[in-house]
Design a binder for this molecule. Structure first.
Ligand code: UD1
Ligand code: CA
Length: 462
């Protein structure tokens, strides 16, 4: 089979500088969603028609198995398919061509027929092409293609802007998913006219041509109407996004994940969950995220490209990006784990603690207000409130090494490169510029003194 994806349209109704088909659903351009689906059908030829913002669309979609056809002027969907014909490998006589629209992103892999149209009934069909069928009484069965639901055979598709008031009342619409015999396309595309309300060559006019040629036109209905939602405006983009997210939320709950509210989770990538995972409201997952058995995610957390090992608890308002959270860790509330943060088992990272490119070994704790960057922290280390690794000298980054069982007093600055020995203690407020020896107390603060003779100034009475 050949697959042609139409992605050249202007998308005026989006009111955006970004080409319509690059607007994201779940963080991924619509066109890429459609490409994923197309690939599931292992097409012999996969072609995308580009035009508006062609360079950007090509750059976003480029792949070895995909060829592009350029539609210099957007003269309609029929004209768009015509631009792809030369790439459909000699239009072998009995091959079929499936047409997909890049602005119908949730479509699932559909099967083929002679001329087959995927249709759906919509409560509000405004904007879509309507499926005109022979009236039940008038149907003489010429096409022999009555649908299972007993409706008359398809006669033609009429676009919203060309439809009579009566036709506008038809609720069965064209999803835009159509399969044609390739040879039929080659023969009939040149016959299309643009004498219609939009002055475009409508692909959908091929249906009437097929009927006239006595080629059976069959239709199929998708199981889930959300699959066929088209995106022409930001409103529809938002509707499709919600439909997509709800579908992902359903898949998660079906697989045993507990969601506080399936309407308040956003997965923009892939989320893998073990058993007994709980996710509170407003969690956002980006890229590849893995939550192992028994993990709980508090409200308002953002997790990107990370792994959270079994039993870890991520508390409210935490932000985790490119980090690895260990077994049984307690993270947050308000924690920030940045790329390269690698936490061992039973590590505690508390509120307003930021960790970057650092390993923190088992049972170590940084519970309040700290920055740990480019550091190697051993086991059972206690990092006091306000501790900062001064890893940057304005030009280069330097490492801090803290041995097992060290105790870093509150409000210390570790000026890297520097090493704190095993079991060492730093007194509160230490500015460490030289290595601290193992098992000793190191303090750098000025000695405390009390001035006996000092008196507080007093206001003179007037
Ligand atoms: C189209 C169908 C309509 C259907 C609806 C489903 C036609 C004439 N109408 O209407 O029957 O109900 O989709 O969502 O086909 N495109 C090009 N080149 C062009 C014009 C469009 O590549 O010259 C591409 C667009 O990028 C888009 C797709 O074709 O991906 C559909 O075009 P659009 O203008 O959005 O058609 P609709 O009015 O939505
Ligand atoms: Ca559309």
């Amino acid at each position: 089979m050949n697959i042609v994806i139409l992605a050249a349209g202007q998308g005026k109704r989006m009111q955006s500088a970004l080409p319509k088909v690059l607007h994201p659903i779940a963080g991924k351009p619509m066109a890429l969603h459609v490409l994923d689906t197309a690939r599931k059908l292992s097409p012999k030829n996969l072609v995308m028609v580009v035009g508006t913002g062609a360079d950007a669309v090509r750059a976003a979609c480029a792949a070895d198995d995909l060829r592009f056809a350029e539609q210099a002027q957007q003269l309609g969907t029929g004209h768009a398919v015509m631009q792809a014909m030369s790439l459909l490998a000699s239009a072998e006589n009995n091959s079929a061509t499936l047409v997909l629209y890049a602005d119908v992103p949730l479509i699932a892999a559909a099967s083929t027929g002679d001329v087959a149209v995927l249709t759906v009934e919509m409560d509000d069909p405004t904007g879509y092409g309507r499926i005109v069928r022979e009236g039940a009484a008038a149907n003489d069965g010429r096409n022999g293609a009555r649908d299972g639901n007993g409706a008359g055979a398809i006669v033609r598709i009429v676009e919203q802007k060309d439809a009579s008031p009566e036709e506008k009342r038809i609720r069965e619409i064209n999803t835009g998913i159509v399969v044609f015999p390739t040879a039929f396309l080659a023969e009939n595309l040149p016959k299309l006219s643009n004498q219609n309300a939009q002055g475009e060559y409508y692909l959908t006019d091929l249906i009437a041509l097929a009927v006239q040629a006595g080629i059976p036109v069959v239709s199929a209905q998708p199981a889930d109407a959300a699959e066929t939602m088209g995106v022409n405006s930001k409103t529809q983009l938002a509707d499709v996004e919600r439909a997509y997210q709800l579908r992902q939320a359903r898949a998660l709950t079906e697989s045993g994940v507990t969601l506080a509210d399936p309407a308040r989770i956003d997965v923009r990538g892939s989320l893998r969950c073990g058993r007994d995972v709980r996710i509170d409201i407003n969690a956002v997952f980006e890229g590849k995220v893995e939550l192992c058995d028994g993990v709980s995610i508090g409200p308002n957390c953002v997790l990107s490209n990370c792994r959270v090992a079994a039993g870890a608890q991520i508390k409210a308002y935490s932000h985790i990006d490119g980090a690895s959270v260990g077994k049984g860790n307690l993270v947050g509330p308000y924690a920030r784990l940045r790329p390269g943060a690698d936490l061992g088992e039973d590590v505690h990272i508390g509120n307003f603690v930021e960790v970057k490119a650092s390993s923190i070994d088992d049972q170590s704790k940084a519970n309040h207000l700290a920055y740990i960057g480019d550091a190697e922290v051993g086991k059972r280390v206690n990092i006091g409130a306000g501790t900062i690794t001064c890893n940057y000298d304005g030009v280069n980054k330097h490492r801090t090494v803290i041995g097992d069982d060290a105790f870093i007093g509150s409000d210390s600055q570790l000026v890297a490169p520097v090493t704190v020995g095993r079991g060492a203690t730093l007194g509160a407020g230490t500015t460490l510029t030289k290595d601290a020896p193992a098992d000793k107390l190191t303090v750098s603060r000025a000695k405390q003194l009390t001035i006996d003779a000092w008196r507080r100034p007093e206001k003179k009475p007037k």
